[in-house]
Design a binder for this molecule. Sequence first.
Ligand code: HEM
Length: 402
Amino acid sequence: MSVAVAASRPAHVPDDRVIDFDVNAPLGPGGDFHQAWHKLVADTPHKLMWTDRNGGHWIVTDGPLLHQLFDRPEVLSNRILFIPRDVSQHHKLVPTTLDPPEHTPYRTLLNRALSPRTVRMIHDNIAAVSAELIDGFVARGTCDFIADYSSQFPIRIFMALVGLPQTDAAMLKYCCDAMVRANPDLPFTHASDMLAAYLAPVVRQRRQSPGDDLLSVLLVGEIDGATMTDTRALQLAMQVLIAGLDTVVNMLGFVWYYLATHPEAQAALADVSKRADMVEEIIRRFPGVTIARLALSDIEVDDVVIRADDVVAMPTMVHGLDPSVHSCPMELDFTRRAPAHSTFGNGPHRCPGAHLARTEILISLDQWFARIPRFAYDGDAPPVVHGGIVGTLESLPLRWDA
Ligand code: HEM
């Protein structure tokens, strides 16, 4: 990702709104990703700031404002979905880069395909995948949580969901990874073509003889009264797969690092009867996604004007970690009830996978604590963390008494 500094700052940006902040690299080496975002919100005197980094753009630094702006698609478009805009403008994901009303019928299908009912139907499959992965290393007393569990979990769920052999999971993950993080050995377009070639026959088969699985429900739907084209059906299937991969992996990584270094949080989670309620606080505390919007017209916000064609960074971290919304927001505090956050966004693009994500987190906790009730971090230094559209932990060594 480029970190180009804007050649000249637009005249409508007041000097007191300017900070030096790279949204794709919010911390130095060894830094704490969430602490960096919390500090930005806590230290910034205004709700909307400007940075010259990455071509120059606004950054929302206030939780409630972020939540409101997510719900203004008539003035803030998804056409530029992430920073920097010169990379984002080449991405044409469906329906993520569409605005209402074009976006709406795709969204209706996604809502149905990822509904609580569909997720309930696949609950046992997800639990079986989680159990199998943990059973693979529990006797060892150590694991790399990212390599051995969290990075494999969502792809294996997808394989189980669509009835594909688990032996293909590694190859499919290799393609998907190259589409979210640059891989010199497998360029983006190559990876995308490989993934499309693998999924196309599956999509065709599900459309010819649909079952009640997630993919069938999604792909037999109509758009404005007409059958979806094969190309759009494939693009939608790929979007669901890719959107569900990086997000859950990274949240689980941050959560397990916190738990490994906070025995009192492990003790609290030992209470199975309260665990489901605790998941919402986990989701508040560990947001990870930074997306963007493109202003379609001039909008006055927090006493400044965002001009048409300006880009606005929308870091989901600034809501759950806002000290004006939550006291001691960096603490995982299970006494909070329905804590406010924008971890899944808000408005028309609000994550349709939120229910699946919650289920995956809860199942991971259930299966893990049933086998490994106490565990600790096994590294000499804090794990290496990267920023980006989704914050990432490189690896997470853990140990326990086997
Ligand atoms: C902890 C896990 C997750 C987080 C933090 C997360 C976060 C988000 C956010 C913030 C958005 C809004 C994007 C925008 O406003 O432009 C989004 C959209 C989306 N998410 Fe998730 N997500 C997660 C898991 C999932 C899962 C498991 C799936 C499905 C398999 C999924 C599928 C999608 C899709 C398809 C969209 C695009 C929706 C649209 O454009 O209307 N997500 N997600």
